[in-house]
Ligand binder design. Sequence first.
Ligand code: SF4
Ligand code: ZN
Length: 763
Amino acid sequence: MSRYIATRAIRGANALVTEAETMLSQALAEKGPDLPVSFPNTAYYLPVIFGMTGREIETLGQLPDALAHARELLHPVPADQHWTPYLGETLDGGMATLIAAEVIEAVRYVYGLQPELMPGFELAGGTSFTSPDMNGDGEAGSNGHLNGAIDDIQLRSWGIQLVDGRMPGFAAIVGCAKSNEAAVQIVRELQRRNILTFLSGNVNGRSIIDQLVEEGVELGYDTYTVPFGTDTISAIYALGFATRSALTFGGMKGGQAKEILHYNKDRVFAFVLALGEVDDLKYAAAAGAINFGFPVIADTVIPQILPTGITTYEHVVSMPWNEIEGADDLERSERLVQKCIEVRGVKVQVADVPVPVPYGSAFEGEVVRKADMRIEMGGKGSRCFEYLRMAKLEDVTDGQIEIVGPDFSEVPEQGSMDMGIVVEVAGRQMEADFEPVLERQIHYFVNGASGIQHIGQRDITWIRVSQKASDVGFDLESFGKILHARLHSDFGAIVDKVAVTIYTDPEQVDQRLDEARAAYDFRNKRLEDLTDTAVDEFYSCTLCQSFAPNHVCIVSPERLGLCGAYNWLDCKASFNINPTGPNQPIKLGRVSDVDTGYWEGTNDYAKVGSHGVVEEVAMYSIMENPMTACGCFECIVMLIPESNGVMVVSREDTSMTPAGMTFSTLAGIAGGGIQTPGVMGVGKYYLASPKFISADGGFKRIVWMSSVLKDTMAEEFKVVAEREGDLELIDRIADERSVGSVEELVAWLEEHEHPALTMDPIF
Ligand code: SF4
Ligand code: ZN
């Protein structure tokens, strides 16, 4: 253990705790102890303080006590002589630093100083719903602010990717890179591996965030790069994220510090990358990160800390920039990132996709604006469709990519052209049922290419290619290469051969489109016929057990997984790809109650799968043995007793519900893998299923619903309204625009003659 590091970390910790105390007493004097403090949209209070100490901080007046705890953790700065630096004291100092940093950010939120203002800056992607009016200036969206704290909604929506390994870990970058080129390259290297990247800190006033913004790199949730703030203190949000991962997915409770820290060390593959000079505060913050088992890699000369027993890997690694081998900053950046991954043992799997642009899931959310566009297929000016079909092994030449028609060099800039993508897939394990499962992946596969934007599916596909991508040689053939590479790498178990034909000749597009539409129709009918009573097995999904150890989703044709990402066909395909994987067939066996949804097979499985926590699961009821939830649900359904019905809250809705709780707070009640009658997490397409809480009266029980669901599911709900024999049904359902309390809800229901009022009592 280096005395140098201990000295500087403890000195930094002392200074920050003192700073927090000064700030806090001023805030208390100005605002009083009762003023609420919180980070936006989280049910976990100030998450590090909550996780580590169990304190549920809600007001300024509760902060001094938390800070006093931080002060207790402080040890004197080591004397120059006769002192043997001790790791424990350094780690304590690190923890004190985290608490002080969180207190400081909480006070800054009170003053509207978080998220930090950066004029002209815009967060990438749809932040308007995830971050409504974050800074309290009355306007939604980022409007010139950095991200600040991550909200629970985003944490949970990354959940699935963290669970299934698509997102192998996170990097907390603090400081400023040697050059703008290096900054961009480091981030690209991380994005390419789908590693979530948190950005904060500066060196002499210049931050990596400035560097990336100058280079036009899109930052935000959608591109896996979250700019917290330009000072070191904002790096606290990374540890708040880590703490909440353990609380959300690991089912831990506030105050279980040891468990939370272990969870992170064992399951969250994160590391800190310190770019540029390391000052006292950075040493102190690094000591905080080491508590979580997150190693620190610096690109400057600093003493190293070798494994000590907390971990089997180094805690602090120095990799001085000038000593990194490489022809230029780009190569050095690559090596540096590679080193970080090695030290922490991040398990990265990347498909080798032979296209001339960066490729990885982190680019999926990129937007190509009209002004930056070379060409588009689909949208207003042209037609575009995609169609994947199964073929006989002997009829497919693997890797064949054919272009039928002209390429886009003839089309004027920012013009549009027709395109049809037809993929032929052959394999011994391939089944016609898997066609839609694989076809749906085209969206993700194509979107993974930087500079390509893919929206929609089937015959409403809409693709844009950026000028930049086209300049470096991205062409029609590239689409084929992507699909060939990804189908093999992701679905190798069912796919032996892949051939792609790209049609651009308008006449050919016409013909192929007719064929594709006939196939879409056929599949739709097949799906309609695919009911729970038409099959003799459902599927389990235990993918989320790595985070929620006792939770099982039971997926039936008429009830998809609560995350919305896995329906019955997906599970069936997944089982074929990986017969010992998370999706196993559940033989239904004897039915004991077809209305409530009990089978011998499902009940037996629920017991085994939940490790005895759950005895029985009803497939179609929210009131009796409802299915449990992890944390990934798209919507929460909850009983409102006064209304004789239920409300449905969307993950995307941050408003206050009539139950007096927001989605974030409700999520804490619905998740965790335990049965709570009256509360259930569901996938949004289950709402439109004839089996939606059919044992409790079905869709007509919905009395309140987030408006975003009404908007995005309008087509599906029209069908439901017809099915239920009441074309006005959706208009009778209240939402957050009209109703904010139970009293208002009941009045609304009476005024709009909602059917729930005259139905049998729900319990
Ligand atoms: Fe998790 Fe259920 Fe989705 Fe599977 S179906 S990934 S268990 S939420
Ligand atoms: Zn889950």
